[in-house]
Design a protein around this ligand. Structure first.
Ligand code: HEM
Ligand SMILES: *[C@@H]1O[C@H](CO)[C@@H](O)[C@H](O)[C@H]1NC(C)=O
Length: 519
């Protein structure tokens, strides 16, 4: 018997694959879990989508009821057989807190390959690690102050009015059907972060366009929707004469010039002779970023980093909040009894002809509970991912109480869907039950992350969402366009059961709403 070259190569490949697999498995300490062909975040893993043999990007949602061995394991591992790195995932609140408590001590790391999509424009607060991150955080976080939140209220009211005028809904008693409602909160949230964080006068209708006819908002939407394909598809493909590719290319370069112009304009404002007082008056995120280009080494940002932060904050600041607003309205339209409770609360706190104040918004606990409950079901920040720069020891409870060492170099993913659909922490996780937030203190609301790197936009998002929801629900009674063929339960299962990435945030799929003017 002789060995052909082919069989030798095949044998070598199989051996190498087995060796690679065993090595990867050992590195995660033989923690049980999934052994798919491709890692969820690899090219093939993502391309094949979520199906029974391939987790793909959306497995935490599609498999949310049974993942983590039906939540009997606090920690699982994913070791791909063919391509992509292995990782460890947790569905336990307690384990998540233990891991992130190490953030201060061991400097967990955000791996470049995971945040690559956010680095395309430059280093920034969300993507950076270690001392780099500390510098970005020190510059950006203090820009959000009580003055910002007062402005958020003012601008949400103004934008709501512009929306009502701009949408031009009929004024009679008819039901108005709004298909794919999310486009409205998405536009609202973009306008708000643009106006309140960056001082940009972005209108609801007739926003200025660039030479390709794209508005800033349109470019940003196209860019966030194409970040992941762009990382995968080779750049020469975009030079082919295909219309879709040309639009994508124009959106990317258009967004770049928009952001460059914002920086230049603010630079002139800060360093021109005429209006130096404006800088102090504004004190928004953009002012702090641009001022950081001219400070001493320790807190300096270069122009690329300023642009990187603008992109990141524009995205983090709008797609997340918008997705949760839409989900909240979807649930309240289905659960009309909850909507009536919210309506009663709003009517009690805000006088009929008054605009809500910041203080009013702090007195709407039931509306806040509905917002939190929707965010629990669809956590917009879908995974908190870190690489360990040191071994850490954690205590787990399930399947048995024990300590577990996670090795240096391990990729850890805190699965926010699994965490917030874990029936041990949230009984009946599939049910929309705002009352479960009644006794929970703000500190224990976990959807904005934990510890030193928790969300800086939490209050921004609360103020904006509560203000918009209060205005909207005061004026409109909402229901869902349900057919006679379907029960509400089935409708909820079908429509609200669809979710996935919207741009770079996670959220509910298309939701249509029926609106009727309240008298
Ligand atoms: C519903 C709304 C939002 C949700 C669910 C959300 C969720 C999160 C989560 C889970 C993290 C932690 C990520 C990690 O540790 O890896 C985070 C970080 C962050 N969020 Fe939000 N966020 C929301 C709104 C906002 C808004 C409105 C802004 C900006 C105005 C914002 C800006 C940021 C920034 C800059 C970080 C990074 C902080 C750091 O690494 O130091 N977010 N967010
Ligand atoms: C999880 O529960 C489902 C039924 O709800 C069952 O069919 C399945 O076998 C369970 N899986 C494990 C790993 O226990």
């Amino acid at each position: 018997m002789s060995y052909t070259p082919i069989s030798v190569v095949t044998f070598a490949l199989i051996t190498a694959t087995i060796y690679r697999f065993l090595d990867a498995r050992n590195s995660v300490n033989c923690i049980p879990g999934m052994r798919p062909l491709f890692a969820p975040m690899s090219l093939f893993g993502a391309a094949f989508g979520t199906q029974f043999w391939n987790p793909g990007l959306n497995w935490p949602w599609v498999w949310r009821k049974t993942a983590f061995f039906n939540h009997t394991h606090d920690v699982i591992s994913i070791v791909p057989l063919i391509s992509g790195g292995s990782s460890v995932c947790t569905c336990s609140m307690d384990v998540a807190k233990q891991i992130l408590a190490a953030e201060g001590k061991t400097q967990l790391f955000k791996p470049k390959r995971i945040v690559a999509g956010l680095l395309l424009w430059g280093e920034n607060i969300v993507a950076a690690s270690g001392d780099q991150w500390r510098r970005h955080r020190r510059i950006v976080a203090p820009a959000l102050t009580s003055k910002t939140y007062a402005l958020v209220v003012e601008e949400t009211i103004a934008t709501y009015k512009e929306m009502i005028e701009g949408e031009n809904w009929p004024t009679d008693d008819e039901d108005i059907l709004v298909a794919d409602f999310n486009r409205l909160p998405r536009k609202l949230a973009l306008i708000l972060i643009a106006r309140c964080g960056f001082g940009l006068p972005m209108p609801w209708v007739d926003a200025p366009t660039d030479q390709n006819g794209l508005t800033f908002g349109k470019s940003l939407t196209i860019v966030t929707e194409t970040v992941i394909p762009r990382l995968i598809i080779p750049s020469w493909l975009y030079k082919l004469p295909i219309k879709r590719f040309r639009t994508i290319k124009q959106a990317w370069s258009g967004l770049g010039s928009f952001m460059h112009t914002f920086v230049e304009t603010r630079k002139e404002e800060q360093h021109g002779d005429t209006c130096s007082a404006d800088e102090n008056q504004r004190g928004d995120i953009l002012s702090r970023l641009v001022a950081a280009m001219y400070t001493d080494e320790k807190l300096k940002l270069d122009e690329q980093e300023v642009i990187g932060n603008i992109f990141t904050l524009m995205f983090a600041g709008h797609e997340t909040t918008a997705a949760v607003i839409t989900a909240t309205l979807g649930f309240l339209a289905i659960h009309e009894e909850e909507q009536e409770k919210v309506y009663a609360e709003i009517s009690r706190v805000i006088l009929p002809s008054n605009n809500p104040t910041l203080n009013d918004l702090q007195n709407l606990p039931y509306l806040l509970a509905c917002f939190h409950e929707s965010m629990r079901i669809y956590p917009a920040g879908v995974a908190i991912v870190r690489e360990l720069t040191d071994d850490i020891t954690i205590r787990i409870k399930r399947p048995t109480e024990e300590t577990m060492v996670l090795r240096k170099g391990t990729l850890v993913s805190i699965d926010m869907i699994a965490l917030h659909h874990n029936p041990i922490t949230f009984p009946e996780p599939e049910k929309f039950k705002p009352s479960r937030w009644a006794e929970i203190t703000e500190h224990d609301v976990s959807m904005f992350g934990f510890g030193a790197r928790a969300c800086i936009g939490r209050k921004f998002s609360h103020v904006e969402a509560l203000c918009f929801l209060a205005l909207f629900l005061r004026d409109w009674k909402i229901t869902v366009p349900i057919s006679a063929m379907e029960t509400k339960r089935e409708y909820e299962e079908r429509v609200m059961g669809k979710a996935g990435m919207i741009g770079l945030a996670f959220g509910v799929g298309p939701v249509s709403l029926k609106l009727r003017r309240r008298k």
